[in-house]
Design a protein around this ligand. Structure first.
Ligand code: CO8
Length: 258
């Protein structure tokens, strides 16, 4: 499929989406949101794809929503045409693991897009921020909510009220990103992690995603119950039988994905 603002591809079981507006530091335009939503939906429906990687260029994952496109919009323009919420909902509903591979700037809507993914891997040159306050706006795509959940109230306030950037090291120890790698060979490291996840049982992966996401939506008791029921339901799968038998027989499991 040919797109204008993104590049898509499949490498074995990995679906790769690269944001591709390099001259605008991958600013997230209406067109980019539309194309990204379509690509994510297509990959979600493709059984060959087990993990999706979302990435940008070495200089920028994405420097935010497209300010040039947005600056003259009215409230009604923004309210009536809202393909940002559609894209967010596609990512939230995607049952496959989606990894954000961030090199360079992930600012404003770029940081928010990365946080919509299941987890973030960063290159050493990554810079995260919610600088909307500097342009007379505020994070509008989950920034105040997800960032606070990931790094806590104090740092989220600091980031959103100052509009400062956070480097990869700080992002890692603050809990925004899971791991940091050198810029050189970054995407190869990400591919290795994606390949490892892709090799796991499909239903078990989906259940783990559901359980972890449930922890963000509910209280501890309900979350614990949800997780325990999911754990019990694993015993209805062929993959549980195969996985545990393979361990006992000291061999690699062959997942049936059922
Ligand atoms: N939108 C549009 N164009 C951009 C953006 C952007 N967000 N960021 C960079 N660009 C463009 C620049 O205008 C420039 O274009 P041109 O060559 O035509 O002048 C080109 O990219 C290169 O940028 P710079 O020359 O500025 O590059 P520098 O290396 O000097 O600086 C920075 C890099 C620090 C990243 C700088 O470009 C910058 O501060 N960018 C803006 C960051 C920002 O404020 N982001 C937040 C935007 S608002 C937002 O994201 C709200 C999210 C809510 C989403 C809800 C969905 C609708």
């Amino acid at each position: 499929m040919q797109y204008e603002t993104i590049i898509t591809g499949r490498e074995n079981a990995i679906g790769m989406i690269t944001l591709n507006r390099p001259e605008q530091l991958n600013a997230i335009s209406i067109k980019l949101r539309e194309e990204l939503a379509e690509a994510l939906q297509t990959m979600s429906n493709d059984d060959q794809i087990k993990v999706i990687i979302l990435t940008g260029s070495e200089k920028a994952f994405a420097a935010g929503a497209d300010i040039k496109e947005m600056k003259s919009k009215s409230y009604m323009d923004m309210y009536l045409f809202d393909n940002a919420s559609k894209l967010q909902s596609i990512l939230q509903k995607c049952r496959k693991p989606v990894i954000a591979a961030v090199s360079g700037y992930a600012l404003g809507g770029g940081c928010e897009l990365a946080m919509m993914c299941d987890f973030i891997l960063a290159a050493e040159n990554a810079k995260f921020g919610q600088p909307e306050i500097s342009i007379g706006a505020l994070p509008g795509w989950g920034g105040t909510q997800r960032l606070t959940g990931l790094i806590g109230k104090s740092k989220a306030m600091d980031m959103c009220l100052t509009g400062r950037m956070m480097d990869a090291k700080e992002a890692e120890y603050s809990g925004l990103v899971s791991r940091v790698f050198p810029v050189e060979g970054f995407l190869d490291e990400v591919r290795q992690i994606a390949t490892r996840i892709a090799s796991r049982s499909v239903p078990i992966k989906q259940m783990i995603k559901e359980c972890i996401n449930q922890s963000l939506e509910t209280n501890l008791q309900s979350g614990l119950l949800f997780e325990h029921r999911q754990f019990q339901s694993v015993f209805a799968t062929e993959d549980q039988k195969e996985g545990m038998s393979a361990f006992v027989e000291k061999r690699k499991p062959e997942w049936k994905n059922s």
